[in-house]
Ligand binder design. Structure first.
Ligand code: ACO
Length: 428
């Protein structure tokens, strides 16, 4: 017999279905509760509310577990390329050699931007925030490929649209950087792999071509893989909410970019480096910053600490931390900010405030140091996060459509004025 939950409220009892996920997560299904009882449930920030059944990513925050389609992040982080992970997340299985090769060809084919789209960059101020450019340009791409607007109503075209998006976003990201430093665009090179092609578009100059560097490309691929999906986080939930109105893939994902931009989400990777630079240049002891973060009269937070789901450790942060030392040695570099980061982490691990609130380094804490090591400019960090998150957003968009989910429309409890009569201006 299937498990049931009983809710007793207002003198009546209601039987609710209990569902169980494949990793034994439990859920009380309240979809019929309002119709049966008149009650809604309240959960601002959706800290304990499921919005979907999903096959894509599994997170166990208490145990620090992250799986993509069943594969533990520790196993795939170093072994799989980002393009393999894109295919895995979007289509559900690891690609065989032929599927992977076709997917890579599609990415290469769609990398160039329409010349008229390129012209849009020249109308923007050079100091434009790269995340604003990214979300705007993603919407603009759909103007040049009107077929993408109809993907699901036509019942085909998803594969092409997904490849087009994954590829164009990389070109747009690199071009936004080139524009910001006043340098000409580098056309994509179809002979380079996903990461090398991005680095070429970012850093090749007429007098100095980008020379492929496997250490840097591998580190970049690791960064992208670690960011590729994270179940129902703020930006993915935004993509799903927009997609639920049957909005096209490009506009849904452009809205995900906007949600990711915020400093409490993807924007934290820039915040972490600014914080570490500030600690270094101020000459103040780290304790000063810990006290400031604990002070309830201050809005200051330690960037890169805390997570809605992880309450023990973030496995992505551990992988990055372990990789950083090795990477800096391979690149023959030293980073004084890494020493500050390590000391900061060590102090928080012994501090009652952080222990009791279960605040540990999240993915953003060490990811900025990796991007610094491989030479990505600071204001591009959140764009790099967006590049990594693309396959997760696309996979969630697809799943929502395949499941034909209802339009997202939460309820509220109204706390404003009760009904009253309008008072004409002269009598107010
Ligand atoms: N520094 C200091 N105190 C913190 C921090 C922090 N980084 N994060 C949370 N707290 C405190 C809060 O003040 C609160 O304390 P209280 O109980 O005394 O009021 C308690 O911990 C719980 O915090 P909430 O804001 O309720 O936690 P929530 O789950 O809503 O937020 C979040 C999670 C947004 C990640 C938060 O920890 C934060 O702001 N961290 C810093 C920004 C950051 O690193 N964001 C990246 C997140 S990972 C990602 O998006 C990829």
């Amino acid at each position: 017999m299937s498990e049931k939950a009983t809710l007793t409220v207002g003198g009546a009892s209601y039987e609710l279905d209990v569902t169980t996920g494949s990793e034994n997560e439990k859920c009380i299904d309240i979809q019929q509760l309002r119709a049966q009882s008149g009650y809604i449930t309240m959960d601002p920030g959706f800290g304990n509310t499921g919005s979907c059944y999903s096959d894509i990513t599994y997170v166990d925050g208490a145990k620090g577990i992250l799986h993509y389609r069943g594969y533990p992040i520790e196993e795939i982080a170093e072994k799989a390329s980002f393009v393999e992970i894109c295919s895995l997340l979007i289509y559900g299985e690891l690609p065989d050699a032929e599927t992977l090769s076709k997917f890579q060809d599609a990415l290469a084919e769609h990398a160039p931007l329409h010349t008229n789209l390129e012209h849009h960059f020249s109308g923007l101020p050079t100091a434009s925030p790269p995340m604003a450019i990214l979300s705007a340009m993603l919407n603009l791409v759909s103007c040049f490929h009107p077929d993408v607007l109809e993907v699901y109503s036509e019942g085909h075209g998803f594969d092409r649209t997904a490849a087009l998006l994954l590829s164009k976003v990389r070109t747009i990201a690199a071009y936004s950087y080139r524009m910001s430093v006043g340098k000409p665009f580098n056309q994509p090179n179809p002979n380079l792999n996903y990461c090398a092609n991005f680095l070429h578009m970012m850093f090749s100059d007429p007098y100095r071509e980008y020379v492929p560097n496997p250490v840097i490309e591998k580190a970049l691929s690791l960064f992208l893989v670690l960011h590729a999906d994270h179940e129902q986080n703020c930006s993915t939930s935004t993509v799903r909410a927009v997609a639920s109105s049957r909005a096209n893939l490009f506009s849904s994902i452009a809205s995900g970019v906007c949600a990711l931009w915020g400093p409490l989400h993807g924007g934290a990777n820039i915040g972490v480096i600014r914080m570490l630079e500030d600690i270094k240049s101020s000459g103040r002891p780290i304790d000063h910053y810990l006290e400031k973060a604990k002070d309830k009269d201050s809005d200051y937070r330690l960037m890169g600490f805390g997570h809605r789901v992880y309450k023990n450790f973030d496995p992505r942060s551990r992988i990055l931390k372990n990789r950083l030392d090795e990477l800096l040695a391979e690149l023959n570099k030293k980073d004084p900010l890494l020493d500050i980061a390590l000391e900061l982490e060590e102090k928080t691990l012994k501090d009652e405030y952080f222990i009791s609130r279960k605040l540990y380094p999240n993915v953003d804490f060490y990811s900025g140091l990796l991007l610094r090591a491989i030479g990505i400019p600071l204001d591009m960090y959140t764009v790099m996060f967006a590049l990594g998150r693309m396959p997760g957003w696309i996979a969630n968009w697809r799943e929502l459509h395949d499941q034909r989910l209802r339009i997202t429309r939460p309820r509220q409890i109204y706390t404003g004025s009760q009904e009253r009569s309008f008072v004409p201006l002269e009598k107010r």
